[in-house]
Design a protein around this ligand. Structure first.
Ligand code: F6R
Length: 596
């Protein structure tokens, strides 16, 4: 949510590097963008709209610029506009600031500044920062101290970076919002996330909460909250820059849907001991069988959590899944006997992080199931199981959902004494089966046929119920059409009133998820004239009851829903494509939601 980029180097290519970085971060917010170039004076360019609008506004030959910061915004305080776009400056234009997160005490700070005569040009919470820095400079503080003192006054969650006129130093700080530093040969980089600079370097330092960093072209200094210099650990990112590109696909989402066989292979690698019918998750070695498990997550990750919770319950461990935003340690039984699993692609989602922090506070054992190495979830939980899906740039989660489902299936298997050997075998076959779905799907033709529908409904039971919710979420977020997912049995308790001839219903009819019962619900749907599209591994059993079939190979009943979801992803993608939607950057959304 909002993307920060910074570069300071020995060459003159700061503007190019900042724009490349902003393109790589646009999934974090895309309602406006801006850069501050640190010359003798600060040159600020900012525009409402996507990064392309900013690119059109910057000079082709900006002269020699070796340092600067940039930002792509997802609005919180004030609507998208040129004025509200970052960077923001003090009144004299001596310092420029970009910020991600929310400054909870900004109104008090702003009132204070206005009372002292400051004039503001934006609605943002961010703008208080440069004004406060200006005051500190006027009071005689040096830049570093001024920056630090102001950051110390901020309440809330933030990542913030500043540059000053006539200087190539970047100052940065983080508190509950990610910041990563890239170490290059020609200079150093700062960003909210690695895709911003992966083209230039794979050597990174993840800033910890409360740390401050000072970047110059040839040095990075990190200090802790007390101002002491710390020796940060340098990590190597195991990505190819190509992983973060579109590789010839029209959209990242399409590329990421098609990357699922590889993502699942990576997730499983070295974790299946097939000859022993076991899952080997060394990450869980130290976890005793818990008295109970809580899964906390949001959005798509919550759907994966619902799926994982069913698997864990089947293994006899009392398990509940919670929307992270609704999780309160004081009102659920969470204690040292509880394992709390945070399911989060980004590892930075504010709601999930708050829930995990409350669980840590209650002395629960915490486990992050995340895609993001070095993320807050990975660092703050007691244990971490990476899903290894690779970078996901499309705002709509696809490959990470499948990877989370597989990782949770492995977690459930690893936590029990008597794993199901058939499940272990079936896991190893999943990547090829996903490939088969991708190769043979005719979801596109169906999407074309039903692109004008009034709404889309999705129904499933047991293991397919979370997939029905996910199918609907995907459809609504990228097509902007009404879509709802239901446990199939619930339809007759109200939602059936919405079903008409213009509301196609995707029915997940896979073996092992009480198919016969769902078929009964299908009849109720058809009696209301709605077309029914079955997603099924047993077409011969269901085709006479439905209007269309999207087939998936047979797998273990607990895993077939993972295959069924691929068909739903494709159906949503093709409806959105027909409607010419902004598939990778749906309106109003951003990938990493770092505000509560
Ligand atoms: C939907 C989507 C979101 C995220 C949610 C949680 O396609 O991507 O619903 O799943 O914002 O994000 P993470 O998994 O990063 O915690």
């Amino acid at each position: 949510m909002c993307g920060i980029i910074g570069y300071t180097g020995t060459d003159d290519s700061a503007l190019d590097i900042l724009l490349t970085g902003l393109n790589g971060l646009e999934y974090r917010g895309y309602d406006s963008a801006g850069v501050a170039l640190a010359n003798d004076s600060l040159d600020i360019y900012k525009r409402e709209g996507e990064v392309s609008a900013l690119e059109a506004a910057v000079p082709e030959a900006p002269g020699s610029v070796s340092a600067g910061i940039g930002h792509t915004r997802w609005s919180t305080h004030g609507p998208p506009s040129d004025e509200n776009a970052h960077p923001h400056t003090d009144e004299d234009g001596r310092v420029a600031v970009v910020h991600n997160g929310i400054i909870e005490n900004y109104q008090a700070l702003r009132d204070e500044l206005v009372a002292r005569g400051h004039e503001f040009t934006s609605d943002t919470d961010t703008e208080v920062i440069p004004h406060l820095i200006e005051e500190q400079l006027e009071a005689g503080e040096n830049r570093q101290t001024a920056f630090r003192q102001v950051v110390d006054r901020l309440e809330g969650s933030y990542a913030v970076a500043a540059v000053f006129e006539g200087s190539d130093v970047i100052y940065a700080a983080r508190h509950e919002s990610p910041l990563v530093i890239g170490l290059g040969d020609e200079g150093n980089y700062l960003a909210s996330d690695v895709p911003a600079f992966i083209e230039y370097t794979d050597q990174v330092i993840y800033l910890e909460d409360g740390e401050f960093a000072t970047l110059t072209p040839d040095e990075v200094v990190v200090r802790d909250e007390a101002g002491e210099i710390v020796e940060p650990s340098i990590e190597e990112i195991a990505w190819d820059p190509e992983d973060a590109g579109k590789s010839g696909y029209d959209h990242y989402m399409k590329k990421e849907i098609h990357e699922q066989p590889r993502a699942i292979r990576n997730c499983l690698r070295n974790r299946l001991a097939e000859f022993e019918d076991r899952v080997v998750l060394e990450e869980l070695d130290d976890i005793e069988r818990p008295a109970r498990i809580h899964l906390v997550a949001c959005g798509t990750s919550y759907h994966a959590a619902l799926y994982g919770a069913q698997l864990l319950r089947e293994h006899g461990i009392p398990t509940q899944s919670f929307l992270a935003s609704e999780y309160r340690a004081e009102s659920v039984a969470v204690d040292a006997e509880t394992l709390v699993i945070g399911v989060t692609q980004s590892g930075e989602t504010a709601d999930t992080m708050r829930a995990l922090r409350e669980a840590n506070g209650a002395e629960a054992t915490t486990l992050a199931v995340t895609n993001t190495v070095g993320s807050s979830a990975a660092r703050e939980c007691d244990h971490v199981c990476y899903v290894r899906a690779g970078p996901e740039i499309g705002v709509a989660a696809t490959k990470t959902f499948a990877s989370q489902q597989v990782a949770l299936a492995m977690v459930a298997t690893a936590l029990v004494d008597d794993p199901d050997p058939a499940l272990v075998d079936a896991l190893s076959e999943l990547p090829d089966q996903i490939q088969q779905v991708l190769d043979e799907s005719h979801a596109r033709a169906l999407a074309d046929a039903y692109v004008d529908a009034d709404a889309y409904f999705f129904v499933g039971r047991e293991y397919t119920a979370p997939v029905a919710l996910e199918g609907a979420l995907k459809m609504k977020e990228i097509t902007y059409k009404h879509a709802e997912g239901f446990a199939a049995g619930e339809l007759k308790h109200g939602p059936l009133a919405l079903v008409t001839a213009d509301t196609p219903v995707f029915a997940l009819l896979t073996e092992g998820s009480r198919l016969e019962k769902t078929l009964g619900n299908v009849k109720e749907i058809q009696a209301r004239d709605a077309p029914v599209i079955a997603v099924t591994d047993v077409p011969a059993e269901v085709e006479r009851y439905v209007d269309h079939v999207l087939e998936v190979p047979s797998s273990h009943p607990k895993l077939t829903p993972i295959l069924a979801n691929i068909q739903l992803q494709l159906a949503s993608y093709w409806v959105a494509n027909q409607l010419n939607r902004s598939i990778d950057k749906p309106r109003n959304l951003a990938k990493s939601v770092t505000v509560e």
